[in-house]
Design a protein around this ligand. Sequence first.
Ligand code: NAG
Ligand code: NAG
Length: 157
Amino acid sequence: MALFLAASLFISLIVSASSIAAAPSPSAVVNGGIASTAQEMQRARYFTFVMLIRMVQEKIPHNTTFLMPNDRMLSTASIPENQVLEFLSRHSIPALLMFDDLIRLPNGTIVPTSHSSQTITITNMENQKLYFNNVELTSPDVCHVGNLFRGKASNVH
Ligand SMILES: *[C@@H]1O[C@H](CO)[C@@H](O)[C@H](O)[C@H]1NC(C)=O
Ligand SMILES: *[C@@H]1O[C@H](CO)[C@@H](O)[C@H](O)[C@H]1NC(C)=O
């Protein structure tokens, strides 16, 4: 399956912070963490991406940063049920990265995705605009503890 990122025009950055300590069991930590992240995504109206997350949410590792194509883009994708996790892993970076972390990376930094055969090149254009494989980041930090849509949240186009 092709990396949809490359075909989509805009993506947003979602960070799934893991809940730390004091949780009754590891699975509760995973579910609680990803469930609240999914709620934030939903409030930000990434309905299709939320649906994909919920299909496999117990398999999503902690400390993941999601690169979310918007609903319009996802409506053109056909993702077989058994490839949902793979699709999400190609749109994830296995680290908690906020916009402030990303903007400090050297221009052209290549980062791994959660999928072993896929990397993403992060380009830093002028005016603090970040591109992931030439796809513009429009809404950084959609999920960040009570700090929705920090930075640019562009719905232009
Ligand atoms: C997630 O990140 C935190 C803080 O960096 C770290 O303490 C924790 O071990 C990480 N959890 C996993 C499952 O990698
Ligand atoms: C980063 O690299 C791209 C091309 O690879 C270039 O167009 C852009 O101006 C560079 N950004 C900065 C801030 O130098």
